[in-house]
Design a protein around this ligand. Structure first.
Ligand code: GDP
Ligand code: GDP
Length: 437
């Protein structure tokens, strides 16, 4: 699995960042299931250009309350420099280069990442010579664009894709990349300490190639793991640490690199929107997720049923994670940390599981007998046969009479039937419907 590249849009207010962002991520209107607990606040999105998928973030969406312009723009630019692979610096054609643009430029000069200058609000085709005046900013030849009309945006995306560093194939077969995510104060850094302290076999800390992120390598039960961005998790006291959107962004970049995600919650307090929104990010990125309820040591009146009860209580907030494992631990007291790795090993096994076509088709036939598909979109779905195909996540291709007859509730029914017959606990599943020719 390759990690997706990340593009950050930066610039002073009102130059058209969010308009450009929306144009880039403009997605095909797919049938979207309404998933409760998944944030629809779009500061980031996924896009594809020339078959290369990437993530776009609008740094203008990350704001500080009552902060002067300089402080806020510094934060946004620093975040872009830290997190992005390519930075798009937007200015306004109609106003020319302003002193505020120069403030932004000055911060971006420090970046070693590619910076592409986009001169926006260039609504009518004028002579290209206009472009040269903007070269004084020092970012080479700009791209003249109109985000509202779409002019030049394709040229800009060509340059984005060309400037994107080649993403290493992070899925080396023998290493599992683990992201530890969760809102501030749930115990992420305590957990990293507990894990790395317990495992004396930390091989090394590997410096990221394009970012300052530092990952930790560990070995548990002869399996190699990389804990993603442990430095970022441990780094305390950064001014933006408690900004909710920044916290999402950090989670997103870790999730992007992960094979398996550990979503940490504080089991001693009620679940908040921030917990479910961060979980939603991992879910939307289609990653296997293990729920970790931390601070078990301070839960009062525990008995043998407490974990089961708590799991039910918490999973009610994470409706989309019913199949996920949940483990209760105390990072601080170093309790049950090994249970995390048992769950990870189980997930790893399920990711590798392959179902024989004949066995799968028995299940599919029975499922259709038991519960034939309802009429949908003017027809009734008929599955002729299905088979599991090679992919990181369990992926089943169903050959059918007409894919448009698939109702998402029937898709969910089929998924549940497969899950009932085979252990795919802890991992998301892909069902793809193709017309049989
Ligand atoms: P941001 O603050 O940088 O995110 O800027 P917005 O995307 O919110 O845009 C600020 C204003 O500029 C809005 O009224 C947009 O409709 C307008 N705008 C954005 N792009 C263009 C453009 O290409 N041409 C014109 N004429 N207006 C634009
Ligand atoms: P992070 O912001 O998610 O990295 O959280 P920290 O690891 O910095 O922990 C936040 C606070 O929770 C600190 O005061 C920790 O000592 C405390 N904490 C972390 N894990 C546990 C735990 O298992 N039990 C208890 N009682 N406190 C914990």
């Amino acid at each position: 699995m390759k990690k997706k590249g990340l593009v950050a849009i930066v610039g002073r207010p009102n130059v058209g960042k969010s308009t450009l962002f929306n144009r880039i991520i403009r997605e095909k209107k797919a049938i979207v299931e309404d998933i409760p607990g998944v944030t629809r606040d779009r500061m980031y999105g996924t896009a594809e250009w020339l078959t290369l998928p990437f993530i776009v973030i609008d740094t203008g969406g990350i704001t500080l309350q009552d902060a002067p312009f300089a402080k806020e723009i510094k934060m946004q630019a620093e975040i872009a420099i830290d997190e992005a692979d390519v930075i798009v610096f937007v200015i306004n054609y109609r106003e020319g280069i302003t002193p505020e643009d120069e403030v932004v430029a000055k911060i971006l000069y420090k970046s070693k990442k590619p910076v592409l200058l986009a001169v926006n609000k260039y609504d009518k085709k004028e002579s290209d010579e206009e472009a040269y005046q903007f070269m004084t900013l020092g970012f080479g030849e700009p791209t003249l664009i109109s985000s509202t009309h779409g002019i030049g945006v394709g040229d800009l995306l060509d340059k984005v894709v060309n400037s994107m560093p080649r993403q290493p194939d992070i899925n080396q077969k023998d290493v599992t990349n683990i992201a530890i995510i969760g809102k501030p104060n749930v115990g992420k850094s305590s957990l990293v300490n507990a894990i790395t302290g317990e495992n004396r076999m930390i091989v090394s800390e590997i410096s990221g190639t394009t970012t300052d992120a530092v990952d930790s390598k560990i070995t548990v039960n002869n399996q190699k793991y990389v804990l993603i961005d442990t430095a970022g998790i441990r780094k305390r006291g950064r001014i933006y640490e408690n900004l909710e959107k920044y916290s999402y962004l950090r989670s997103l970049t870790s999730i992007n690199k992960a094979d398996i995600v550990l979503l940490i919650i504080d089991a001693s307090v009620p679940i908040s929107d921030q917990d479910t929104n961060i979980g939603g990010l991992a879910f939307e990125e289609h990653k296997p997720i293990i729920l970790i309820g931390n601070k078990w040591d301070i839960i009062e009146n525990k008995n043998t049923n407490s974990m089961i009860k708590k799991e039910e209580e918490f999973k009610a907030y994470f409706k989309y994670l019913q199949y996920a494992h949940m483990v209760f631990i105390s990072a601080k007291e170093n309790l049950r940390i090994s249970k995390i790795f048992s769950a990870v090993e189980h997930v790893n096994e399920n990711l590798k599981k392959r179902i024989k076509t004949s066995v799968l088709n028995e299940v599919l036939n029975k499922a259709q007998l038991l519960n034939p598909a309802p009429n949908h979109n003017g027809g009734r779905l008929k599955i002729y046969y299905g088979s599991q195909v090679e992919a990181y996540l369990p992926t089943f291709v169903m050959f059918v009479n007409n894919p448009s007859y698939v109702h998402f509730s029937y898709k969910r029914f089929l998924e549940n039937q497969i899950r009932q017959q085979f252990d795919f606990d802890g991992v998301p599943m892909n069902l793809i419907f193709r017309e049989r020719k």
